[in-house]
Design a protein around this ligand. Sequence first.
Ligand code: SF4
Length: 399
Amino acid sequence: METARTIQSILQDKSLDQDLQMIAGKVFAGQRISEAEGITLFEKGSLSYLGALANFIREKRHGDRTYFNRNFHIEPTNVCLYTCTFCSYSRLIKQRSDGWEYSLEEIMDIVRAYDGKPVTEVHIVGGVLPQYDVPFYEELFQTIKAHRPDLHVKALTPVEFHYIFKKAKISYEEGMARMQAAGLDSMPGGGAEIFHPEIRDQIAGGKCTGEQWLRIHEIWHELGGRSNATMLYGHIESFAHRVDHLEQLRKLQDKTGGFQTFIPLKFRNKDNQMSHIEESTVIEDLRNYAISRIYLDNFDHIKAYWPMIGRSTAQLSLAFGVNDIDGTIDDTTKIYSMAGSEEQTPALSTEELVNLIRRVGRQPIERDTLYGVIQDYTDHQFAADTQFKGYVSLPVVNK
Ligand code: SF4
């Protein structure tokens, strides 16, 4: 895939800021950038400069390969004890009647609705409530596994784990081992928000701290498990807070190697306590993807959630370091739409997702949760009447 500017052209650009020139040299040589350089990128890196660096790394690692998977989401409840100021999803405990609280049987009804469908993963996250405790989740994971052993259970974040282990008066080590024994296969990346307490205390006070979030992932990695990581950006944090967040993830990844994917999450301002804050622009979103790709040199994958940012930005992001655009999820998730995301009824068939990737010149690869290749769709032909017909040629006027 061609991008407007290449890293080679940047290295030859004598008019470029010296700091940016130096960082480009490091990236070209495969060297790690420092925290100060990370901040420099946020402060001074133009979109085309950052895109060229991030795309260089992306293509060195993955070529045009762009991953997606077939999954479905279950949110056991949207009632929550916590009051994160950015959260549009949770009905506070006071408005409990507006929310839902599924029983184990109701959750299993959702799982059974996918019987016979070619999904490989169930993604389970939701609010925090006392009845969803260690025994509940143990029984849930065991029941899912007994019903469909090959379904990968990716579930809960340190926010839930911290709460349920504390309530059960057990250590993180014991708790995570019990979750694994019950059938937990991997952990999603949520609940990370911004680690730095200056920000975390203001937007997510009361739930697990940044250190606790990192510690639970560390223990999970030590048990041989894999997980993802996120960062909620574009609200009250500074660039330094973002770089601090990335730095802490990079350090833990050096230690354990257990993270698979980093997923930047854009703050959305609909129907929450931070509605007065303007959302980041598409340009800032793309810069943030690119800097994440450049900074996290020990993460294999950078993912964009297409339901959150919309299909067009997801396509663009593939030129800014992103190599995964999540799954063919249907409207079983409300987290994005309730926050005012681009896609209010997020659903894409495999064919639509494949075409979305192909249209920007990338290779669609269906993966399982652990990035095993299920099918390479690069040359796959869909039924004749619905396949992508290619671009219509337009006259070229300025050549
Ligand atoms: S972000 Fe999560 S922990 Fe915070 S209020 Fe919303 S559902 Fe609860």
